[in-house]
Design a binder for this molecule. Structure first.
Ligand SMILES: Nc1ncnc2c1ncn2[C@@H]1O[C@H](COP(=O)(O)OP(=O)(O)OP(=O)(O)O)[C@@H](O)[C@H]1O
Ligand SMILES: [Mg+2]
Length: 364
C-alpha cells in the first residue's frame, strides 16, 4: 500500500498554507511536492480578527471556517495536480487547521478550517483537530512537532536543538543519547517583528531583517522584555499570539523610542529567548533552524552571536530538509501515526498524563 501523505500547515504568522506531499515508504521521509498558498488579504484579516475577542464571533468564525476549509482543499488540489500523482494513491491528509485561540491553562485550543469540506472536495481521508486529545489528558496540546523532529533529525552523540521560528518559536531538544527529549514554545518568533513593521510600513514582514539591522538594540528594553514571566516558566509550556502581541509589547514601552530601534530589539528578543531556552539543557551542540525565521538574516546572525562558539547555528537545509516545509511534513507524519493507531504526542513535552492517538478522522 502507498505511504503517501499530505500535510497542511498554517501557523501563527497567518501568512498562508504550507501544503506538502510526503512519501514515508523509506526510513527518511521524502518530500515529493510542495505548494504555498498565500492567504488573500481579506481572509488574513478575518483570521487575525478572530484571534482576539470581538463582536459577533460565532458568526465570523463559521464564515471563516468554511472559507478556510475551501482554501485547504484548493491547496491540496493544486499540490496534487503539480505532483501528477493520483489522489487515489494518497492515504490521508493531516491538517493542522488555523489556530484562532490557544489557552492551555484553561484546557482549550481552537483550530478552524472545516475538515469535512477538505475530505468532501478532495475525496481523501482527512485528519484534523490534533491538539485537543492531548489536552483532554491534561497536556498543553503543543508542541506536537517534536516527535517528528526526533524521527528525522536525531543523531547519536550530538546535541541538537531543532528550532522552528514561525509566528511563535518552538524548540525540540534532541539529546545525543536519544533519550529525555524535551520541547516547548520559547516565546515570540516572528509575530512581534511582523506586527511592529506592519504598524509603520505596508509590509507583512521585515525582509531579511533589513529594517531591524539599521537600528540599535536597546539593552535596557531587551532586559525588561526578557523579564516577562513566560520566559521563566518551566516546561511544559506553550503560547500564542493571544499573549505575545502589540498590547504585550506596549506594557514595556513606557518611554518613546525610535521604531527602528524597537525592531532591532525585538529581533534580539527572539534570538536571546531561544538561546536562553536551550542553554540550561545543552552546553554545546547544534542549533538547527526551520520556519520562515531562517530567512531573517539579521535574526540568524543574532542567534549565532548569542549562542557563541559552543553552538553551530544552521538551517535544516543542511540536514537535507527544506526549512519551509518541516512543519507541514510533521502534520503528514502525524496523520500517518493516527491511521497506524500510534500516539502523536510526547508526555514529557506536552505534560499529558498518557500517550494519545491524536486527531479526528474524516473519511473520504
Ligand atoms: N525573506 C524573509 N525575511 C524575513 N522574514 C521572513 C522571510 N520569509 C519569511 N519570513 C518570516 O517568516 C514568517 C512565516 O514563517 P512560517 O510560515 O514558518 O510561520 P508560521 O506560519 O507561523 O508557521 P508555524 O506556526 O508552523 O511555525 C513570516 O511571517 C515572516 O515573519
Ligand atoms: Mg506560515
Amino acid at each position: 500500500m502507498s505511504e503517501l501523505y499530505i500535510g497542511l500547515m498554517s501557523g501563527t504568522s497567518v501568512d498562508g498554507i504550507d501544503a506538502v506531499l510526503v512519501d514515508f515508504s523509506q526510513p527518511q521521509p521524502r518530500l515529493i511536492q510542495s505548494y504555498y498558498y498565500k492567504f488573500p488579504a481579506d481572509l488574513r484579516q478575518s483570521i487575525l480578527a478572530l484571534c482576539l475577542p470581538g463582536a459577533d464571533e460565532i458568526k465570523r468564525m463559521g464564515d471563516t471556517d468554511i472559507l478556510l476549509g475551501n482554501a485547504f482543499a484548493d491547496a491540496v488540489q493544486v499540490l496534487i495536480q503539480e505532483s501528477q500523482i493520483s489522489s487515489r494513491q494518497i492515504r490521508a491528509i493531516g491538517c493542522h487547521g488555523q489556530t484562532i485561540r490557544h489557552y492551555p491553562d484553561r484546557g482549550y485550543t481552537l483550530q478552524i478550517g472545516d475538515p469535512n469540506i477538505i475530505a468532501a472536495k478532495t475525496q481523501i481521508t482527512t485528519i484534523a483537530d490534533f491538539r485537543r486529545r492531548d489536552m483532554a489528558h491534561g497536556g498543553q496540546g503543543a508542541p506536537l512537532v517534536p516527535a517528528f523532529h526526533q524521527a528525522v533529525f536525531a543523531k547519536e552523540g550530538i546535541n541538537r536543538a531543532i528550532v522552528n521560528i514561525g509566528g511563535i518559536a518552538n524548540v525540540t531538544l534532541l539529546n545525543g543519547n536519544k533519550k529525555n527529549i524535551l520541547g516547548f514554545d520559547t516565546g515570540p518568533g516572528n509575530t512581534l517583528l511582523d506586527a511592529w513593521i506592519e504598524k509603520y510600513f505596508q509590509k507583512s514582514y521585515d525582509e531579511k531583517g533589513a529594517w531591524g539591522s539599521q537600528g540599535n538594540i536597546d539593552n535596557a528594553l531587551l532586559e525588561k522584555l526578557l523579564s516577562d514571566p513566560y520566559f521563566h516558566l518551566q516546561p511544559p509550556k506553550s503560547t500564542g499570539r493571544e499573549y505575545f502581541n502589540l498590547e504585550w509589547l506596549k506594557q514595556y514601552l513606557k518611554i518613546e523610542r525610535l521604531p527602528v530601534d524597537v525592531q532591532a530589539t525585538l529581533t534580539a528578543l527572539t534570538a536571546h529567548s531561544i538561546v536562553n531556552a536551550i542553554t540550561p539543557y545543552f552546553s554545546e551542540g547544534e542549533i538547527v533552524v526551520c520556519g520562515g525565521g531562517v530567512y531573517n538574516t539579521f535574526l540568524m546572525d543574532h542567534l549565532q552571536q548569542k549562542a557563541a562558539s559552543s553552538f553551530s547555528v544552521y538551517s535544516t537545509h543542511s540536514l537535507g530538509v527544506d526549512p519551509n516545509w518541516v512543519e507541514g511534513m510533521a502534520f503528514a507524519w502525524l496523520a500517518r501515526q493516527t491511521l497506524a493507531q500510534e500516539p502523536g504526542n510526547m508526555m514529557a513535552i506536552t505534560g499529558a498524563s498518557q500517550p494519545a492517538i491524536l486527531g479526528g478522522i474524516y473519511q473520504r
